[in-house]
Design a protein around this ligand. Structure first.
Ligand SMILES: [Zn+2]
Length: 346
């Protein structure tokens, strides 16, 4: 019960835990008096609700100081030393501590933990301590719930450790400037999410919009669309205009290199039809010069279709986008009107 009180994350929680404690120990007023007068008058110093308001780098108790004090007393063993004697006893133990700290820095420089081996950390891996990366890995787990609002986030990690909190991680990931899109399109766009520019950006952007794994999704979508094209080759070849176009597309999809060469880049409109037919989604592709909507070729889209979106920026880069809920989207591209299966008239 005391532990719950100490770890209360806000004042309301603290008060409710305090009331529970009062009820539980109402028969022992002296205990309550002791807690109140000896401890709780200093609640700001040790209860989470208050300690989390400060930059503390994870030091929320005095264990470390007490541990150092105990080690020092153990090393000294006796108080009967002169200044030089003290120095000779203390100096080696401090040297050991400094060495341990240096070793931990070295470890952070050279060791790559599996969960840190991702794009998100590529620019800071080896420069930031493993502990800090671990904290950010943990924070990323709440990114989906938090979104980009500061109020929802609470920003504990920023405040207590000076590291990126969930809303900041989201803001940095969704950090594409949408100002380059046509004025008429801007109201459609909720946010844009950048992806790695390794030549697989179109594949990465779709994988991200589909909610697939941010690191490996681009390979999964290549496999999915390869299967779609192989299985419905005849139908797709009609849309693409020739067997040669189909084969070229198959070559593109068969590439799993990162970085990948220009001739294997994501290709619209052809891949757009593979995406919508494979996943039964509506795909909107937005750029400053064109805006295309792709719908499934074989089947009518569900009454409330999943709409995914990508944006084409800087003339050669795709990003994942989120559109405003309920926004009106452009008409399907002409190819679809010509080649879709009658069943797809929805
Ligand atoms: Zn935050």
């Amino acid at each position: 019960m005391w532990a719950d009180l100490v770890s209360a994350t806000n004042e309301m929680g603290y008060n409710s835990q305090k009331n529970e404690l009062k009820t539980e120990f109402k028969g022992w007023p002296s205990i309550l008096q002791n807690l109140r007068e000896t401890w709780l008058i200093y609640k700001e110093w040790f209860v989470t609700a208050w300690t989390e308001q400060h930059l503390h780098f994870g030091n929320t108790n005095t264990n470390r100081v007490e541990g150092a004090h105990a080690t020092l007393k153990r090393d000294l063993g006796s108080i009967n030393y002169d200044f030089l004697g003290m120095w000779q006893m203390i100096h080696p133990s401090i040297t050991v501590q400094i060495t341990e700290i240096k070793v931990s820095f070295e470890r952070s420089l050279s060791l790559v933990k599996h969960e840190h081996n991702c794009l998100f950390f590529q620019n800071i891996r080896g420069f930031v301590s493993i502990n800090a990366l671990d904290l950010i890995v943990n924070e990323r787990k709440c990114c989906d719930k938090v979104g980009t609002e500061k109020e929802t986030c609470g920003c504990d990690l920023r405040r207590t450790h000076g590291l990126m909190c969930a809303h900041e991680i989201n803001t940095s990931q969704w950090g594409i400037n949408v100002s380059e899109f046509l004025e008429v399109l801007k109201p459609l766009i909720l946010s844009a999410h950048n992806v790695d520019s390794d030549g697989n950006c179109g594949f990465r952007a779709i994988a991200l919009s589909m909610g697939m794994n941010i690191e490996t999704g681009w390979m999964a979508v290549r496999q999915d669309w390869r299967a779609e094209l192989a299985f419905y080759k005849e139908e797709h070849t009609k849309v693409f205009g020739s067997e040669e176009n189909s084969n070229t597309l198959m070559d593109i999809l068969n590439t799993f290199d990162s970085p990948c060469s220009r001739e294997k880049w994501f290709l619209l409109p052809n891949i757009g039809f593979l995406i919508t037919s494979r996943y039964q989604v509506v795909l909107v592709s937005i750029s400053s010069v064109f805006c295309h909507t792709f719908v499934p070729l074989r089947t009518p889209p569900p009454s409330k279709p999943k709409v995914i979106a990508i944006g084409h920026v800087n003339g050669n880069h795709f990003v994942s986008m989120k559109l405003q809920v309920g926004c009106s989207i452009p008409e399907p591209v002409l190819f679809w009107k010509k080649y879709h299966h009658p069943a797809a008239d929805g």
